[in-house]
Design a protein around this ligand. Structure first.
Ligand SMILES: [Zn+2]
Ligand SMILES: [Zn+2]
Length: 146
């Protein structure tokens, strides 16, 4: 995986899967912190929504083996998301958005420090559960795009 040569602030975000076979480091400024309410995220995470650190793939360094699930779109026409997870414990680590030029979504639940995640964007509100209402959202999108 390519990494940018310079310009990173000191900030480094670290994380690990449940069984600790997979660890990772995310460096540099993240693009956004976003909640995804889509049905696929609910199924993969076993939860009501996913929380994601959106970044570029060059910012992420993963140690350990990941397994990949290639997720096809609603029309099953093409692969839109590559969901990568630990094959030992199943923890979701990162999703690659296949159509978005190296944009990735690192799963906030596997960060070492989750206290400052603070998501401000939510997507796929069309699938949002009626009992979920999140504070602090600057942008709410019905689907993936505004
Ligand atoms: Zn694991
Ligand atoms: Zn989703």
């Amino acid at each position: 995986m390519m990494r940018r040569s310079a310009g990173y602030p000191d900030r480094m975000i670290t994380g690990r899967c449940l069984c600790e076979a997979v660890t990772f480091e995310l460096t540099g400024d993240i693009i956004a912190t976003a909640v995804c309410h889509c049905d696929r995220c609910q199924r993969q995470g076993g939860s009501a929504f996913s929380v994601n650190l959106v970044a570029h793939e060059s910012q992420l360094k993963v140690n350990g083996e990941l397994k990949t699930f290639e997720e096809r779109g609603e029309r099953k026409d093409d692969v839109y998301v590559r969901r990568k997870f630990c094959p030992g414990c199943g923890s979701p680590i990162v999703s690659e958005l296949a159509k978005s030029n190296g944009i990735i979504a690192v799963k906030a639940g596997v960060l070492d420090d989750k206290s400052s995640v603070n998501p401000t964007v939510e997507a796929w509100c069309v699938d949002r559960q009626p009992w979920v209402s999140l504070p602090g959202m600057a942008m709410s999108m019905e689907r993936e795009q505004p």
